[in-house]
Write a protein that binds this ligand. Sequence first.
Ligand SMILES: NC(=O)c1ccc[n+]([C@@H]2O[C@H](COP(=O)([O-])OP(=O)(O)OC[C@H]3O[C@@H](n4cnc5c(N)ncnc54)[C@H](OP(=O)(O)O)[C@@H]3O)[C@@H](O)[C@H]2O)c1
Length: 311
Amino acid sequence: MTPAGKEQAASTMPVVLVTGAKGQVGRELVRRGAAHGLTVIGRTRQELDVADAAAVRAAIAEVRPVCVLNAAAYTAVDRAETEAAAARAANALGPEALARACQAAGVPLFHLSTDYVFDGTKKTAWREEDATSPLGVYGRTKEEGERLVRAACPRHLIIRVSWVFSAHGHNFVKTMLRLAKERDEVRVVADQHGCPTPAAAIADALLATAGRLARGAEIPWGTYHFAGAPPTTWHGFAREIFTQAAELLRLKPPRLVPISTAAYPTPAQRPAWSVLDCAKIRRLLRIPQPDWRQGLRAVLAEMAGGPTPRS
Ligand SMILES: NC(=O)c1ccc[n+]([C@@H]2O[C@H](COP(=O)([O-])OP(=O)(O)OC[C@H]3O[C@@H](n4cnc5c(N)ncnc54)[C@H](OP(=O)(O)O)[C@@H]3O)[C@@H](O)[C@H]2O)c1
């Protein structure tokens, strides 16, 4: 029996295949699947490189999932500026390989994208049909991935998410907690606006929809936005992190100083306004926006050694 066969034999629940299973969203997908009545078979980058078209086809043939959830991506926004080929392989060519293999196998693809496909010049929340115009290599490769998925696999969900955080991996919450331990003063950009989003909430949104698909529901395929509420700035996010961490992790809050983007130059330019309008996903997929402050509480509780949060 193949490894995937053994994993499936343990359960009669519908099976979904998750790529990028060691990332922030990938880990949450793996650990939250059973709560949605699904067997999640996760493949890490080491086990399945999504840019390897033959390996992708073989994995889908082996696992025979009801859908593929692509949580694999190259997410180092600044490093992408000098590693464009690696970013494009993971963010564009990988999704294309997945989309082609899914289409050939008759399996839908759920793919994650980003607010960084927009340039940040709008002053109201970005809607799905707004024109994309990424500012950097990361955003450009993610936008290309979206186009390739749409072209190769009509039964797709492309879900754009923003400012993802969890107890694992690289993210703003962990960076702030580290800086708070190292410094008395932390300076954070206060003129970029967006929506922090717990990886757990993204996983629940994908799994709830996969569960409906497995039960035979019609899914309105297409592009959606999903992000936490309410909108804030990186500075506002940091303030909430330090407030909650003082309570939950007994962290001594540093002095938090608001600064402008101009005072904190980075290799990649970031959108000034990244707020995503999430009305469509609420209306068509019945998925409400999560309050990111509650998600933050769960993440900090997990870091403090509390029980693993479930959906
Ligand atoms: N993080 C954010 O703030 C953010 C914001 C907006 C949108 N998103 C999108 O949300 C999704 C999930 O992001 P995340 O934060 O969970 O990312 P993450 O923590 O960086 O995880 C991505 C995972 O994909 C793996 N990976 C990279 N290249 C791969 C390849 N060629 N084949 C297979 N796996 C590969 C990585 O492995 P290695 O670690 O070994 O490279 C990593 O485990 C992505 O589509 C991302 O673009 C993220």
